[in-house]
Design a binder for this molecule. Structure first.
Ligand code: GLU
Length: 409
């Protein structure tokens, strides 16, 4: 039975690295009809960031990485204390100024075969020291609580970032002291920035909530993340979550570190936006405007404008940036010539009896032909910007009354 877990510490808002770990655990569980467990590792009371626990839940829910069981270590302190007593009784642990330390062997080696690359990783025990398992505040350390919980929760595979390799000898010696079986260790290569150093904010990497708020689609983000260290073979890049579940296999996880490329994420988001069904895109955009941009929503106008924007946007927020100049009152300062054009446009458009994009365009053409007025001037008059959604179609959708009102203003 496959049972895997993610064990986030609520010490910050999850980023692409720990969320990719969550995705791989989820996929591995689903691909093997196993269980995916969420365990909040909140025993480091000093580094606790209050809003990060909420963010962990929010991100997993948004991405649809639904878990089967959930635990929180601060609810389990009695369990760790009980196990401490067992180690003290067996002389594997001792008290050191209010804290308890585990007695590490000092001779020999600690080794395991990691699932990634199937390579043996060996640590010399002479390099190891006795480490704290229960701190003086009574809380267990990561190393101690993590091992006890992985055992009690019957975790079959500990899939986590490569940065935990150096903790694994400690874990293995704890398993041995208790006489427990080891899980399979799976250490995922760390994600690097384009300059081959560990991915960080410097590389433009953000928290996953930031990507959501900037208008990335969850499908695109999942697809982008899954390719950071895994691929289904061939040159395929666009993969749905259903296909990921079918195809995911730990043996296809690369041993080399993946490189984070934000341009690829942008490209991928554009692909997902263009292939979205209009209704889905409309509901995503409505959600974005109401909840993230916290702006009003003229539902029927938005519904009609989205198809005009679909091929022109990379993120959901791009729609907002394109459409809202038409929907909100703007203070636009025009030159004398532009003002004159606006006045004449007002007269020409007001006498149109059929309000269609063809008719509107024929009015523009008059100016463009004899007077060489550029399209960008019309954009400026209506939106203050120099380009945007296709103008005649947008004005048709906006309606004659609103268009004239804007010109008048
Ligand atoms: N609490 C650790 C973290 O923050 C868990 C590491 C592990 O999966 O063992 O990532």
């Amino acid at each position: 039975m496959v049972r895997v877990r993610i064990a986030p510490s609520p010490t910050g808002i999850p980023h692409i690295g720990n969320t990719r770990t969550a995705l791989y655990n989820f996929l591995f569980a689903k691909a093997n009809s196993g269980k995916f467990i969420l365990r909040i590792e909140d025993t480091d009371r000093v580094r606790l960031v209050p809003e990060s626990e909420k963010a962990i839940y929010e991100i997993l829910r948004w991405l649809g990485l639904n878990w089967d069981e959930e635990y929180k270590q601060s609810d389990r302190l009695e369990i760790y204390k009980k196990h401490l007593r067992e180690l003290v009784d067996k002389n594997f642990a001792y008290e050191d100024s209010g804290a308890f330390r585990f007695r590490m062997p000092k001779i020999g080696r600690t080794a395991w075969v990691d699932e990634i690359g199937k390579k043996e990783i060996i640590f010399d025990n002479s390099m190891q020291e006795d480490f704290v398992i229960i701190k003086s505040d009574g809380y267990p350390t990561y190393n101690f609580a993590n091992v006890i919980d992985d055992h009690l929760m019957q975790i079959s595979h500990a899939i986590r970032g490569e940065e935990f390799i150096s903790s694994t000898p400690k874990h293995i010696q704890l398993y041995n002291a208790f006489g427990w079986q080891l899980p399979t260790f799976v250490h995922l290569p760390v994600i690097l920035g384009p300059d081959k150093t560990k991915l960080s904010k410097r590389h433009g990497a953000k928290s996953v909530l930031d990507y959501r708020d900037e208008g990335y689609l969850k499908e695109a983000l999942l697809n982008f993340m899954v390719l950071l260290g895994w691929n289904p073979g061939g040159n395929r890049e666009i993969i749905s979550i259903e296909e990921m579940i079918k195809l995911f296999d730990l043996k296809d996880v690369n041993t080399a570190s993946p490189i984070f490329d934000v341009k690829k994420l942008e490209w991928m988001n554009g692909v997902y936006i263009r292939q979205a069904k209009p209704d889905e895109l409309i509901s995503n955009i409505k959600y974005q405007i109401l909840n993230i941009k916290k702006n009003y929503l003229d539902e029927s106008l938005i519904q009609k404008l989205v198809p005009l924007a679909q091929t022109r946007i990379t993120t959901l927020n791009d729609f907002y940036d394109l459409a809202f100049p038409f929907l909100e009152d703007q203070h636009i300062s025009l030159t004398k010539e532009e003002k004159e054009i606006a006045e004449r446009l007002y007269r020409e458009l007001s006498i149109l009896d059929k309000w269609s994009n063809e008719a509107i365009f024929s009015v523009f053409k008059k100016f463009m032909g004899s007077e060489k007025v550029k399209m960008s001037i019309f954009y400026k008059i209506f939106t203050g910007k120099t380009s945007g959604l296709p103008l005649p179609q947008t004005l048709e959708i906006l309606g004659k009354e609103k268009t004239l009102e804007r010109l008048k203003n």
